[in-house]
Design a protein around this ligand. Sequence first.
Ligand code: NAD
Length: 468
Amino acid sequence: MENTSFVKESTTEDTGFLSLNPSTLEVIGKVNNTSKEEINATINKAKIAQKLWSARPDSERKEILLKVAEALQQNAQQLAEWITREQGKPLSGPGSNFEMQACVGWTQVPASLDVPEEIVFEDETRKDVLYRKPIGVVAAIAPWNWPLMIAIWQIIPSLRMGNAVILKPSEYTTFSTLEMIKVINSVLPEDVLQVVTGRGEVGSYLTAHPEIGKIMFTGSIATGKKVIEASSKNMARLTLECGGNDAGIILPGLDLTKHIDNIFWGAFLNMGQTCACLKRLYVHEDDYEKVAKALADYSSHIPMGDGANEANVLGPIQNKMQFDKIQDLIADSENIGADFLFTGQKPDSEGYFIPVTLIGNVDNGNRIVDEEQFGPVLPIIKYKTIEEAIAKANDSENGLGASVWSDNIKEAEEVAGQLEAGTVWINQHGAINPFVPFGGAKQSGYGVEFGIEGLKAVTVPKVISIKK
Ligand code: NAD
């Protein structure tokens, strides 16, 4: 890998290979594809390291991971600056400092949880004990939207349960991830955690390798399906966290003053480039004008620009591919005669900025509603009855998250019970927690991360059955 650190280039050519600062389009470095031979060697080293790592007492692994959390905390400022430089999210607000605090928390929690053996059956004739054993070598394939936090979600539970990990960061956020891995590896024993870099073909070779026992994948549904195919070669266990197109339903009469900030950040966290962002907002027709105005007023006060400037809390789109995809959905909305209820201020910059945009007069069946926009553009859809809102919210191949907004929690719970999603939040959206299992329904993926369930997911169950 060659780090040409901060050569100013106006070109946007081959943005998947050159890692760019999306606020300024400065080149951060050139990401090389790890060769097949190097991947094979990495896997061989991981196999040896994993044997030693899993042979250590559990208490030692916990202790080491708590030291990793301390190291991440000590280096949080410089790593946050790396995230802002390469991923784009601002240092301020729910941005890169926030991402680093999440990295620390999501390291501490798996390090403090236990998965003890269980007696699953016992009578006078036999006793059956269930143990959770490490799987071996885990391939972790990470996306670019929360590059450090999601890598942590994949790495730490896997290590905690005695596996070795080979991480392939997104080609768009390689350098910030490598900085974090340096910090983690200053604590870990050698080769327990290694990195390979490059584009999809590197992930493809790694995930299909016969020595990989588990794949932790976070990314798009299309790539998730390729990972499933790869696992048909090695029977690797899978945890797939794929895209979402989360619906939010505001029940009639909501007191917006209490909720507008949570609705805004539910939709626009990380410029909407969050798997579990609110991506379609269903509002009763009597409340539509009021909600659109309240969201527009709130949005007009949220500064967007280069995230290195701490005055900004919204930043750019991370890459050109995503920027073009969002522009295309905006153009399609224009073509079908949608209402542009609000368009925010775009900074005067050559970076990949798209202003906060609220779109009305659209419905299921329109691309901006049916497709995951993964950007700062929110369609607001009118409904007449709750049944209609529920049916439209469920009318999607995705089922990651959803939310219901109401001052009447009982009514909200009734609606939440009917939504097809891995998590339904009430009066919040995307409020994940390291103790609480998180995963998708339908094509948003399978398997769960976080909490005890997340730890079990990086183990293989083993029963010892004793005749009495
Ligand atoms: P992506 O699918 O393009 O890439 C994800 C990762 O997969 C990258 O590291 C990429 O290099 C790698 N990859 C590409 N082709 C591969 C292949 N054939 N085999 C193995 N690896 C391959 O996704 P992205 O653009 O980085 O991320 C955006 C998408 O991820 C959105 O759809 C978003 O909703 C989803 N996402 C989901 C979650 C979740 O928890 N559900 C979280 C974040 C992002």
